[in-house]
Design a protein around this ligand. Sequence first.
Ligand code: MN
Ligand code: MN
Length: 466
Amino acid sequence: MSIEKTNAEKLKEKLFAKKDKGIKNLSEEEIIKADEFCGKYAEFLNLAKTEREAVEISLKTAKENGFEEYDRNKKYNAGDRIYCVNRNKNILLAVFGKQPLEKGVRFSIAHIDSPRLDLKPNPLYESSELAMLKTHYYGGIKKYQWTAIPLALHGVVAFKDGSSVTVRVGDDDSEPCFCVTDLLPHLAKEQVSKTLSKAIDGEDLNVLIGSRPFDNTKEAENVKLNILNILFEKYGITESDFLSAELAMVPAFRVRDIGFDRSMIGAYGHDDKVCAYPALMAAINTKSPEYTAITILTDKEETGSDGNTGMKSAFMEHFINEIAEAQGVKGYTVLDNSKCLSADVNAAFDPTYAGAYESNNSSYINKGVVITKYTGSGGKYGTSDASAEYMAEIRSMLDKNGILWQSGELGKVDGGGGGTIAKYVANLNVDVVDLGVPVLSMHAPLEVVSKIDVYMAYKAFCAFFE
Ligand code: MN
Ligand code: MN
C-alpha cells in the first residue's frame, strides 16, 4: 500500500536543496573503487612527504605515461603530453586539447608543500652533552603537536662543487628517527598555565639527534663531533654545508587506515597531496581533452605562495606565453578564456569542535568533494570569490558526472580564516574556484580524510578536463 505524498512533501522535494547527498547514494562498486584508488594514494603519500619528493614521484609517473619534456622549439598538437619541472619543486603537466589555445585552457592546481620543521641554516649544536638541531617551523602549525612524536629528516644538501646529496632517514623502522622533547607534566606547572600558543616557543622546537661523544672522550663538543662524523661518512656533509641545504623534520609515521571500518586515512601531508595525487592521476587519465588540460603541482602555498616556486611566481605565465606564441596567439588571450580548479583541502566539520563551524556551510567527511566559493578571513578579506556563473557551471559539471559533492566555508565567519592559491590565479583574469577534499585535524602531524572524498576529487578533476 503506497502512501500519498502530501503537497508540502512534494513541494519540498522540488524546492529544498537535497540535504543528504552522502555515502548512502553510492553503489558498493563505487566504494570498492574508492578504496582501491586510496591504496595507490597511500603508496604515493608514503614516498612524497616534501615537495621535492612529490615532484620526483609525479615526474616518474608522468614519464611512464607518455609525458615528454617540454621543448620550446617544438610545435604541439592535440593529444601531445608534456611536462615542465621548475627547480625540482614544481611540476606542470599539459595535455594539448582539440581546441586552439585562444579558446583558453583548463587548469587544475594543487600544492605539494606541507607544514613541517625546517632546519635553520646553522642548526647543529651541543648542549649538556646532547646533540641538537635548531629548527624554524614552516607553515601554520600548532607547535605543541610537534613535540614527543617520531620525526624523520628529509631533504637535500648542495655542495660548493655543484653536486648534491639527498637525505631521507627516519621513516623506516630499521632507521633511527628523531624528536623534539617536551617537559614532563610533573614540572610543567608554569608551562601548562600558559596559553596554547605560548606554551611551546618557536625556539623550543629543537630536535634531539645524538648523545654519545666521539671516541668516548670528554672534550667539549665531542657529541656534536660524533654526529658530524656520522653525517660526513654517510653523506659527505661538513657543518658549513647546512648553509646550502633544504632539510626538514617531518612526522615519521606511515600512512594508516583509520577506523574499524577502514573508511578513512590518517597521514602527514594530506594538505595538499590529497588533492595533488588525484589531480596528477586525472592528468594521466586525460587522453584527448577538448581544451588543453594543465595540471600544476606547486610549492610554498603554506607560506603564502611567494618565491619562484610558489604560485605567485611567473613560472606558469611564462609557460602559457610560450605555448601561446607557438600558436600565434597572445598569452593573455589564453588566460582570459581559461578556467581553473584550485585543488585544495577544506576543514571537515569536527563534532568535537562544533563551535568553530557553522553547520549549514561546512563540509563533512564522506559527503564528497567540497567546493569553496571563497576563502579569506573576516569580511572576505584576501580572497578570490568565484562568480555565480562559474559556480553554476561547476555544480552542473559535478551533477552531470555523478560526483558526490558538497559546498563548505572554512569555519565560522569571524573564527579565523585562511587562503589558497585561487586568488593568484584569479588575478591573471582566470575563472577559479576551490575544490578539494575535507580534512579533519588539518595541519596536524596526523591529518584525516575519507577515502570516498579522495576518490570523488579524482573524478571531479577527470570530469573537469573532459
Ligand atoms: Mn592547502
Ligand atoms: Mn594548508
